[in-house]
Design a protein around this ligand. Structure first.
Ligand code: SME
Length: 152
């Protein structure tokens, strides 16, 4: 799978101004989940108003109890404060990790910036050990930049 092949479909989704932002985010989750076999849970978290916590947005995959994540907690909460990509090849090697499902082996979280501010993130879990490469990081950075355009 060449991830970049999905770029034009991502752009097409974000520019569908007739759909709500959440509908477009869900479409992106579905597109990624359907096309990348090692993406097994795909979702968005966003800063919850002026609180220092993340709130779960649209997602595809098993329901999670972790609909609110305090800044600093878990992989997601760490990205909320570090402003940097976090690639986890093996979740069992992480101390500060929030387990959602026992099938998950690896995780990648990429922040979303609007006007230079970290306002949320895309979070992907994989049931495959160590599946993510720099291609995933570059592709998901593209996804986050496209998503940011509809949140300005
Ligand atoms: N594993 C994440 C929590 C979110 S779930 O993966 C959906 C974390 O450690 O922040």
């Amino acid at each position: 799978m060449n991830l970049q092949n999905l770029n034009s479909e991502i752009t097409q989704i974000v520019t569908q101004a007739n759909l709500s932002v959440d509908d477009r985010l869900l479409k992106i989750c579905k597109l990624l989940d359907a096309n990348v076999d090692y993406y097994n849970w795909v979702g968005f978290y966003f800063k919850n108003g002026d609180k220092n916590e993340l709130k779960l947005g649209p997602y595809v995959g098993e329901p999670t109890d972790h609909t609110i994540i305090p800044f600093g907690k878990g992989i997601c909460g760490q990205v909320a404060v570090s402003n940097e990509n976090f690639v986890v090849p093996d979740v069992t090697a992480q101390d500060n990790y929030i387990a959602c499902s026992i099938t998950v082996k690896a995780e990648i979280v990429i922040p979303i910036f609007v006007n230079g501010e970290n306002i949320g993130q895309i979070d992907i879990d994989s049931n495959t050990p160590d599946p993510f490469t720099e291609d995933d990081e570059r592709f998901l950075e593209f996804v986050c930049k496209e998503v940011a355009k509809m949140l300005v």
